[in-house]
Design a protein around this ligand. Structure first.
Ligand SMILES: Nc1ncnc2c1ncn2[C@@H]1O[C@H](COP(=O)(O)OP(=O)(O)OP(=O)(O)O)[C@@H](O)[C@H]1O
Length: 595
């Protein structure tokens, strides 16, 4: 169980403790399950003799871990001691950055000085190509910025988005002033910075033009499935995207994580949505352009003679986008997972009406369930996660408190609620835009654990069952219980929908086949009740147990009795059913007409 830190902090202390205890239990259970499966893999469970005496185990941390902790806690003495004891100043931290990045983030000037003294490279870049100066600027830690400048940091190093540290310094702050002054003193003016920033997209643009001219493959993915269009979409290089699309690049390739260029354009656009309207105005056209291109590409697939969209439609002719970075954002104040979950929420819950995306082609048997294609726009509206998403975590558990919470949630169209691992559904009796392919994709998880930034959903339960199946290597079972009309059949359909989409992310489309089978079953059952006014069609649909075992006074499928009554002798003999009622399926049941 994963709990969103924000939600956790908003809970009363007692509830929080209970929740944390449960999380700990879950962790321990998961640990033992993993141990068990490892043992099984290594050839059978080895039963260890219980230890006769308890050894006191000491947990030891490496110097590299301890020094990082000391830097964060500003324990200068400890940092000094550890460095003397031989802690390596060049140890990398989890983001791929150096310990100087850590100092910049936590404003630890003393440790930063010590590390620089010991020869740590001030220009080291992390996996997003951020230097410690980028970090210090984002966090507005002016002293660290000054120290890094004195140590000779390169102020013009660009990160993965082509942003230099100054781009991250908020206007009017001390950090921004210091950097501007430094740049001025070194003869760097704004226009040269501008041209430097355009360098990366310009280089890519000329490379792409060259590739087009020499007939190179525009859709060639790298090992991660990333194509040129992914890069252009994610980086906001509008002109590059335009050239690629105009030259016939596939607008919809999925990388190894099933992300298309449109996903990336949307993701990075939404990242900055709450913070920079300037950026959004630059990146939204990319998303629009990709949508238009995708539409025209699909049309041209069907009809190669279809005209290309007009230039106005394709491209509004603006200059390529500069990556205006997010101002006033302090992403490093939050953990990466936290940031991701906030971004996810920002993306999903922007407004009522939510995100717009493409709906997959239905029933064409060609496209995978996650591929986009149809021209119909699909609306998604998910409610943000809330503390009462799991009733088991309520501090007060009485009939009235549960009913009250359920009623409140139902009023907000929050029809799903967890009670631990059980999912409660209140039938909304109206269509809710929460079952699209996009939503199904959102609930995909690599581990099967509930995603704390997503509200309860039937897709989540389906996802969990899928992973349990893989882990335990045995069939899983859903128990759908509720009174007639409570939504069991619909829930079953949603589970099947998610699982079929899950199991065939590319190419092989199981969903249309499943629908076909369901339809056949439906007609089979429908035939069974023809002539049974008021009979309930669905009750027998999936009760396959009725085929092999009948309880006393229970009848088998009515179709058998109707066949016995209604088939002509020729039809009977063609089906080898000269005496239907002699078969065990029907002979032991009560052949009553009702269903
Ligand atoms: N998640 C849902 N969203 C919207 N409407 C729903 C949902 N679930 C059920 N419904 C509505 O309620 C009706 C009855 O649901 P369903 O047939 O799934 O009930 P059931 O529990 O299977 O009933 P029975 O036990 O009688 O077969 C559906 O036809 C549909 O209109």
């Amino acid at each position: 169980m994963e709990i969103d830190q924000c939600l956790l902090e908003s809970l009363p202390i007692g509830q929080r403790q209970r929740l944390v205890r449960r999380m700990r239990c879950d962790q321990i259970r998961a640990y033992y399950e993993r141990e068990k499966s490892l043992q099984r893999q290594q050839g059978g469970i080895k039963v260890r003799a219980p230890p006769t005496h308890r050894k006191k185990h000491r947990v030891r941390f490496s110097l590299a871990d301890i020094i990082q902790d000391a830097i964060i806690r500003h324990d200068d003495k400890e940092v000094l001691r550890l460095l003397k004891e031989g802690a390596d100043p060049n140890t990398l931290i989890s983001s791929g950055g150096s310990m100087l990045h850590l100092c910049a983030r936590h404003d630890n000037l003393f440790a930063a000085e010590l590390l620089i003294e010991r020869g740590l490279n001030v220009n080291l870049q992390d996996e997003d190509l951020w230097t410690a100066l980028h970090v210090a600027c984002v966090c507005d830690h002016a002293d660290v910025v000054l120290l890094l400048l004195l140590a000779g940091v390169n102020v013009l190093l660009q990160d993965v988005n082509g942003n230099i540290p100054l781009d991250y310094a908020s206007e009017g702050t001390e950090t921004s002033y210091i950097l501007r002054k430094h740049l001025e003193e070194n003869g760097v003016d704004v226009s040269s910075m501008h041209s430097m920033k355009t360098q990366r997209p310009s280089t890519m643009l000329s490379d792409v033009r060259h590739l087009v001219a020499t007939g190179g493959s525009l859709n060639q993915p790298n090992d991660d499935g990333v194509t040129l269009l992914h890069i252009a979409g994610a980086s906001g290089y509008r002109e590059v995207a335009f050239v690629l699309l105009e030259s016939g690049a596939d607008p919809n390739p999925a990388d190894n994580n099933f992300w298309t260029p449109l996903h990336l354009a949307a993701k990075y656009g939404q990242v900055t949505h709450s913070c920079s309207t300037q950026y959004i105005s630059a990146s939204e056209p990319i998303a629009d352009m990709l949508l238009n291109a995708e539409e025209s590409w699909l049309q041209r697939l069907k009809d190669p003679s279809a005209p290309l969209p007009s230039t106005d439609q394709r491209y509004d002719g603006g200059l390529h986008d500069l990556n205006t970075p997010v101002k006033n954002l302090n992403p490093l104040g939050l953990s990466i997972s936290k940031r991701d979950s906030l971004l996810e929420k920002c993306a999903m819950f922007r407004e009522a009406g939510g995100a717009l995306c493409r709906q997959p082609l239905q029933d064409n048997g060609l496209d995978g369930p996650f591929s986009s294609g149809a021209s119909k726009l699909e609306q998604v509206k998910l409610m943000p996660p809330a503390p009462n998403d799991d009733l088991a975590s309520l501090s007060e558990l009485t009939d009235s408190s549960l009913l009250y919470e359920m009623q409140k949630r139902f009023g907000n169209d929050q029809i799903y609620t967890y009670i631990g691992h059980i999912l409660l559904l209140v039938n909304p009796n109206k269509e809710l835009p929460i079952y699209s392919t996009l939503v199904s994709q959102l609930y995909l998880s690599s581990t099967g654990r509930l995603c704390s930034s997503l509200p309860p959903h039937i897709f989540s339960s389906a996802e969990r069952a899928y992973h349990m199946m893989l882990q335990e290597r045995r069939p899983q079972c859903f128990i759908l219980s509720g009174e007639s009309g409570s939504g069991k059949t619909e829930a079953c359909k949603h589970i099947v929908r998610h699982l079929t989409a899950r199991s065939s992310p590319k190419g092989f489309a199981l969903e249309p086949r499943m629908k076909h089978v369901s339809l056949d079953l439906f007609y089979f059952t429908l035939q069974a009740v023809v002539g049974c006014p008021g009979a309930r069609v669905y009750a027998h649909m999936l009760e396959k147990s009725r085929l092999v075992h009948l309880s006393p006074h229970q009848q088998s499928f009515s179709i058998f009795y109707l066949m016995a009554e209604g088939l002509s002798p020729e039809e009977n003999s063609a089906l080898y059913l000269n005496n239907v009622l002699a078969h065990r399926y029907v002979s032991i049941g009560t052949a009553c007409g009702s269903c």
